[in-house]
Design a protein around this ligand. Sequence first.
Ligand code: NAD
Ligand code: IPM
Ligand code: MN
Length: 368
Amino acid sequence: MANPSILILAGDGIGPEVMAEVKKIIGWFGTKRGVTFDVTEDLVGGCAYDAHGTPLTDATMAKAQEVDAVLLGAVGGPKYDVLDFSVKPERGLLRLRKEMDLFSNLRPAQCFDALADFSSLKKDVVAGLDIVIVRELTSGVYFGEPRGIFTEGNERVGINTQRYTESEIARVARSAFELARRRNNKVCSMEKANVMESGILWRQVVQEVHDKEYADVELTHMYADAGAMQLCRWPKQFDVIVTDNLFGDLLSDMAAMLTGSLGMLPSASLGLPMENGRPKALYEPVHGSAPDIAGQGKANPIACVLSFAMALRYSFDMGDEAARVEKAVEKVLADGVRTADLMGPEGGVPVSTSQMGDAIIAALDASL
Ligand code: NAD
Ligand code: IPM
Ligand code: MN
């Protein structure tokens, strides 16, 4: 049987720095576990623009469609702020999501015990936290038409359109209910049905899918603003949160801080099943290219490493190996190994990105 295939798109800023640590782990699986992946690498984002004048070439897009999983670092940076909107680095990522039809974006927020003291919230609020935000990723205001900057009379008007079809809502709702069944069986759906028609439809369709197909799962609804408040107040009330593209973007950055750092949050973007029955998939940390620390060896690679663990679980059916990587991360944190973003006010000596990667490899060795 052919080796599982991976396309690595490390991207910009800290993207290549954190991805270098994942490559070490991929190498470790080859030498220590006899699990070899066929890895190819290519460009996305600003580096692709520099090389080809576009943030994603058609050839790279085609490769992404063919592999078993895409691993992405991060895209963007101030150097590219002046570019025309159509070729900005972020457009490359959005094209991947859209053309691969990756409608279900799982963003788990888990608070490791060793970091419970470190969150900006009180320890008992976050200790043991384990929730997943399921963010709709291919529709909503990110993609709705009409969009653009137009002239109306003697002034400019910027337009984006929040648009959701019934089937788009139903399919992401199903993925949230399926996930909840494998966890604590609770889904909270968030929208703004009090002010948006798309929110009214969202709530109706999620409820209908629930009543017809997932009546065994506990379903609640919240307005997204109140949901944000509840995420800060008592996040452990949640299990799975399902929400639209924009609310999911905001709520997941907020959830990141419950875990201690944006550098901790992985994600899986899943689409429809391919011929082998596995979903099309792209795995990436929730954070961006972090221009403020890029090139300094300060980035925390854990979000990217945990994204690879999600790939092992969802694309390669290697749940045990995924757990091995997650446990190695847990051990390293329990041993007090910290990148700079995980340093509290009391200070200490942070390790570099690559030292963190090496510590995870050592913990993987110890797991054998
Ligand atoms: P960001 O996530 O890049 O950074 C926000 C803050 O978090 C910064 O202070 C940064 O240093 C810190 N941070 C992020 N990741 C970290 C890590 N792994 N370790 C330690 N600290 C980390 O968000 P931003 O500054 O708003 O955006 C910068 C660029 O990244 C923009 O061009 C934006 O569009 C892009 N972006 C890309 C993605 C992606 O590729 N998926 C996601 C978000 C933002
Ligand atoms: C994310 C990012 C992206 C988004 C950007 C870079 C397109 O913020 O993945 O959370 O807004 O979806
Ligand atoms: Mn975001």
